[in-house]
Every structure is written in structure tokens, then in C-alpha cells.
Design a protein around this ligand. Structure first.
Ligand SMILES: C[S@@+](CC[C@H](N)C(=O)[O-])C[C@H]1O[C@@H](n2cnc3c(N)ncnc32)[C@H](O)[C@@H]1O
Ligand code: SF4
Length: 341
């Protein structure tokens, strides 16, 4: 990439106070390559809008930043991103999809205005909200978001029953609110995708959970391994492969039978049997406070005891997260190297 290609995209230079500790250069660099990436998600930029949440999930990856009460991302950052993306799109590059995440973006009153600006001035074709969907029990909010251009909702759905959901989210209202939100989303014609964090609490019931996801009409189901990123207090949610693999395979069978596309993240590929092709560890480019980026890069190490002999390692499969190995060992006997990826 040449310096001049950045110059022509321009527009992300911001006063340090307005930058709020987010590294806009990463996005600037990604804007140059966005349209040329070889993964479908390369057309997506994730921006974290805030660090507050109405739930307190037992495994929350952003709990440290929520506890630090970091400020919401200001509008100057969004405007800089929108300006640069619109300029890049005019040159046939840039991002097509904006995913607004949080902690919990739906807590921000002017979210519909931010969405409208993204599809207007920002040059994005699609806005996706990554959300627990609790605030979407307000039908007026769903209608305002849809009218503004947010048509895709990546909804965290972690449990098939109110009781288990309450245990995981530490909220007795979360399950009812999320379900009402999903009703409103379907009524409004939104695209609803689910995300489930595979953890100690829900692993044994993943097959039932798949039936729940199907009954709720999700158009894609994502299942992410719980990543224990260095912070004390979440280890209880780690779950051994011996416990999680059989129900996960049963869940994937059910989703297949119902015709619901599924994606699995950060799971050893050799454990997935005929579902191995569903493994996809790719994550889109993300703009979030540097504190989180640093903590994540410090705690995002994966490895496999069979790395040298397995053709899949580093070619689609990341092996096991270091937090898992610290708790349960390297699983040398269970993991099975493959000859061809
Ligand atoms: C931190 S949440 C923020 C958005 C929103 N509050 C939600 O829960 O969907 C972003 C995504 O990360 C997932 N997630 C949270 N903690 C995780 C962890 N420790 N490991 C893997 N995924 C996690 C959530 O399920 C969600 O899909
Ligand atoms: S809803 Fe999302 S941000 Fe909130 S506590 Fe749960 S995982 Fe974290």
C-alpha cells in the first residue's frame, strides 16, 4: 500500500482528545484493502459504541472495560469513520457493512441517527447491530432502527430456557425481553442471526438450544467458544471438550436438518467431524478502545500440541485457546491431527 493511497482516502485525522484512545489508523489501513479481501467478512467493519450494558454475562469478554466505565465512543470518531469510508467507497474500496457493537449499543438514545448517518454519509450499504436485544422489546425502537437502515441483528442467545438465561446473563428479565425483541424484529422484516457462547452453563443443553434457535426463526446460527481472556473470575465457564463436543455435534445436526446455516468459532476442527467446514475463526476489522485491543492481543494465544503434524493447524484451525489449556491441559489424546486441511 502506498502513502498516496492513504492520502487519497484521507479524513481520519482527529484531535487527540476526540480520538478517545482508538487507533483510527488501523481502520484507515483496512479501508484500502477492504474491498479486496478474500474472506466474505472483509467487507465488514465493527465499531464499539459504548462500554455499558444492561446484562452482566458470566463470560463477558468486555467485562473489564465495562468495570472501568470507559466513555462512550464520541460522534467525532463515527464521523471520521463515515467520511473516510464514503471516500474509499467512491474509489471502489471501503467497507460495505458496519456492525455497531458495544458493550450494548441499544442503550444509546441516538442510535437510530447514527445508523441513518452510516447508510447516508458513511457509504455503508448495510448496518448490523450486535446486541443482547433486550431493549428491542420496545417495538418503536425496532421500527426506528429499521427505518434508519439497521436491517441485520446479531442477537446473543445463550440459553433455551428463562432459568438458564437468567443464570448466564445475571438478569431475570433478559430472556423475556430478548424474545419479545426477536418477535418485533421478525415482524419488521429484519434479518436475525444468533450468537451463542459455548460455556460450562449451556454446553450440556446445546442440542435443546439448537431446537430453540430454530423455533425462534434465526436465519444463521453462530456458536463461539468461550474465550477466557486473562481476567480472574470467569474460569468457571470453561468447559472440557469431553462435555461440549457431543451436544455441539447434536446441535449442528439439528441446525443442518432445519436448513439453518451454522458457523463455529475457536473450536478444534478435528472435533467437529462432518461439520468441520463450519469452523471459521475469521473476525472482521474492529475499532474499539486501545485498552481492549491490548488486553485482547495479550490474551489471544492459541496453539495445538499437534501443530507440526496437523495440516489444518494455521489453515482454518487455531487449536486451543491458552485459557482452555491452562484449565484442562493440551488434550493431546483427544485432538487428532489430519493429513489434509
Ligand atoms: C461483548 S458482546 C457485545 C454485544 C452485546 N452486548 C451482545 O452480548 O451481543 C459481543 C459478542 O461477544 C460474545 N462474547 C461475549 N463474551 C465472550 C467470550 N468470553 N468469549 C467469546 N465470545 C464472547 C457475545 O455473545 C457477543 O456476540
Ligand atoms: S450482553 Fe454482551 S456486553 Fe452485556 S454483559 Fe453480556 S456479553 Fe457483555
Amino acid at each position: 500500500m502506498s502513502a498516496s493511497s492513504l492520502d487519497t482516502i484521507q479524513g481520519m485525522a482527529l484531535d487527540p482528545k476526540l480520538r478517545m484512545g482508538v487507533s483510527l489508523e488501523m481502520v484507515e489501513r483496512a479501508l484500502v484493502t477492504a474491498a479486496a479481501g478474500d474472506h466474505p467478512d472483509d467487507d465488514t467493519l465493527i465499531v464499539a459504541l459504548n462500554y455499558r450494558c444492561n446484562s452482566r454475562c458470566r463470560f463477558c469478554i468486555i467485562e473489564t472495560e465495562i468495570d472501568q466505565r470507559l466513555e462512550d465512543t464520541n460522534r467525532a470518531v463515527f464521523q471520521a469513520v463515515y467520511r473516510a469510508n464514503a471516500a474509499a467507497r467512491a474509489q471502489g474500496r471501503g467497507f460495505r457493512r458496519l456492525t455497531i457493537s458495544g458493550a450494548e449499543s441499544t442503550l444509546i438514545p441516538d442510535l437510530p441517527a447514527l445508523v441513518a448517518a452510516a447508510t447516508g454519509d458513511g457509504g455503508f450499504d448495510v448496518v448490523r447491530l450486535q446486541t443482547n436485544a433486550r431493549k428491542l422489546e420496545d417495538r418503536g425502537l425496532v421500527e426506528a432502527l429499521m427505518a434508519a437502515g439497521a436491517r441485520e441483528y446479531f442477537v446473543s442467545m445463550h440459553a433455551p430456557t428463562a432459568e438458564l438465561d437468567a443464570r448466564i446473563t445475571r438478569s431475570t428479565m433478559s430472556w423475556r425481553q430478548m424474545n419479545t425483541g426477536i418477535d418485533h424484529l421478525h415482524a419488521a422484516g429484519a434479518r436475525v442471526l444468533s450468537n451463542t457462547v459455548i460455556c460450562a452453563d449451556n454446553a450440556p443443553v446445546l442440542a435443546d438450544h439448537a431446537a430453540f434457535l430454530i423455533s425462534r426463526g434465526v436465519q444463521e446460527a453462530h456458536l463461539w467458544s468461550f474465550l477466557n481472556i486473562g481476567d480472574a473470575g470467569q474460569q468457571d465457564e470453561l468447559v472440557p471438550l469431553a462435555v461440549s463436543v457431543p451436544p455441539l455435534l447434536a446441535a449442528l445436526d439439528r441446525l443442518d436438518a432445519a436448513g439453518v446455516p451454522a458457523t463455529v468459532k475457536w473450536f478444534p476442527r478435528c472435533q467437529l467431524g462432518r461439520h468441520a467446514a463450519k469452523l471459521d475463526d475469521h473476525q472482521p476489522q474492529m475499532l474499539i478502545r486501545d485498552e481492549f485491543q491490548v488486553r485482547l492481543s495479550d490474551g489471544f494465544r492459541f496453539d495445538c500440541v499437534h501443530a507440526r503434524s496437523c495440516a489444518a493447524f494455521g489453515r482454518g484451525c487455531s487449536g486451543l485457546h491458552e485459557g482452555y489449556v491452562a484449565a484442562f491441559g493440551d488434550e493431546a489424546a483427544r485432538l487428532a491431527p489430519v493429513e489434509e486441511a
